[in-house]
Design a protein around this ligand. Structure first.
Ligand SMILES: CC(C)(COP(=O)(O)OP(=O)(O)OC[C@H]1O[C@@H](n2cnc3c(N)ncnc32)[C@H](O)[C@@H]1OP(=O)(O)O)[C@@H](O)C(=O)NCCC(=O)NCCS
Length: 178
């Protein structure tokens, strides 16, 4: 029997909902259109502020270094995307294609996705992930993976809603003796 995911045309094709991902995707009537585009230097303050709002820690050096590595790196399969509405950054997503990571054939990894709390539940996260998956497909891969904290039920609900399922890897860790 065809799986639910295959029937929905989700993974590995990309998120199952809101299938069209134009550069400027219309949102609900009467609201500002959503644009998904590569990050620009001028977006960084908004990204840093959003991350600090969600995680409680401001990491300016980290974000500057990510920007240097990922901006304009689409050709190498790296994506740092922002979602904007009325010229304001309301979300971002970061990911890249990794070759033979953990012994698996090349696939796309989503490392981070965040939508400003006051802009959530309007499809922005879906559009960001969709744009990221389209970039991965252009780079020639047919699978997308992510890793999340098991306590973060919000992000788990989101990725599950997009058609993502438990993957074949198990994370392991240990404390290193000083
Ligand atoms: C997860 C997140 C990116 C979703 O962004 P969003 O723009 O609200 O997502 P969407 O509107 O596209 O939602 C898509 C689906 O996700 C699921 N979802 C989103 N928010 C949810 C919530 N609060 N509870 C349950 N399901 C939720 C729903 O199934 C939703 O579809 P529906 O609206 O038809 O029910 C956003 O909530 C966020 O930034 N959370 C914090 C992320 C975080 O912890 N990042 C750090 C680790 S990377």
């Amino acid at each position: 029997m065809m799986s639910k995911i295959a029937r929905q045309g989700a993974h590995p094709q990309g998120p199952k909902k809101k299938p069209a991902a134009p550069a400027a995707a219309p949102t609900e009537p009467g609201t500002a259109p959503l644009t998904i585009r590569p990050v620009r230097r001028g977006d960084l303050d908004a990204v840093i502020e959003m991350d600090a709002m969600v995680t409680g820690i401001e990491k300016r050096d980290y974000w500057n270094s990510l920007y240097r590595r990922y901006a304009d790196a689409v050709a190498t399969g790296q994506h740092f995307l922002v979602a904007t509405a009325r010229d304001e950054v309301i979300g971002f997503a970061i990911g890249e294609v990794r070759d033979w990571e953990f012994g698996s054939p090349p696939c796309g990894w989503v490392f981070a996705i965040d939508v400003r709390p006051d802009a959530r539940l309007a499809g922005t996260g879906t559009q960001l992930l969709l744009a990221m998956c389209q970039g991965f497909k252009k780079a020639g891969v047919s699978k997308v993976r992510t890793m999340l904290s098991r306590d973060n039920t919000l992000i788990l609900s989101f990725f599950r809603s997009q058609g993502m399922m438990i993957g074949p890897f198990v994370p392991l860790e240990m404390d290193l003796e000083p």
